[in-house]
Design a protein around this ligand. Sequence first.
Ligand code: 13P
Length: 284
Amino acid sequence: MSILSTRQMLLNAQRDGYAVPAFNIHNLETLQVVVDTAVEMKSPVIIAGTPSTIEYAGAEYINAMAEVAAHKYDIPIAIHLDHFEDVEAIKSNIDIGFKSCMIDASKLEFEKNIAKVKEVVDYAHKFDATVEAELGKLGGQEDDLIVDEKDTMYTNPNDAAEFVKRTGIDSLAVAIGTAHGLYKGEPKLDFERLKEIRSKVEVPLVLHGASDVPDELVMKAISLGICKVNVATDLKIPFSGALKEYFSQHPEANDPRKYMTPGKEAMKKIVEHKIQICGSANRY
Ligand code: 13P
């Protein structure tokens, strides 16, 4: 296959009541874990890169690695620009082949958010690339993007319907109580709000901040219409934890092929688990 946009993947998930997992990657190793595990489990998968990942690894490298994976395997694979705030950066990445993006203008007030998102949609759709946008505001930290708890804002269902209609986005990220990163207490998700959004909005809905959320809450959100589940922190912790453990036992280690391997193995277990939770295994 070639690299896909997320359009058909998410519509299939919406039709059949599961979610496609979107895993944030940072380099070749993390991309390999995500793709290899999805292939083993026959799950569609979205590889996501934030602006700082793209800056760190290079857009061409990330895109080329995803291309290799997509051509090598039969499962649907998309590479997605996650939490991009800069319209020009999105356009230049679409120009080099990215087929899916999130324009995050959630900090802006409603009309400005719509205008910025619409500009990206008009550009992306010319290249058959899909666009996700967020209405409301999630708390927590995603890379360099930090939103204080007091500034979080839940998605208003009526505004969501108008936002989707006027922007023409392909999927909507909703703020229903999740936050990026780890939680101080048990997260409380507003399922009534999710149901209402689902009843008013036709496009697939996206859950950000799915790390550290109890499995049953994520599964319930999927049963109520979430079609894409974003996971970053829950992958970083076991990867880095396994490396720390390896170095503590082998302080003399200097071979990346050796010290990266336990990190990959630890991350793989979590990717497997998240695919199970999403119900996306054996869909291809
Ligand atoms: P977590 O780091 O909380 O998993 O959030 C990931 C995310 O939403 C990426 O967009």
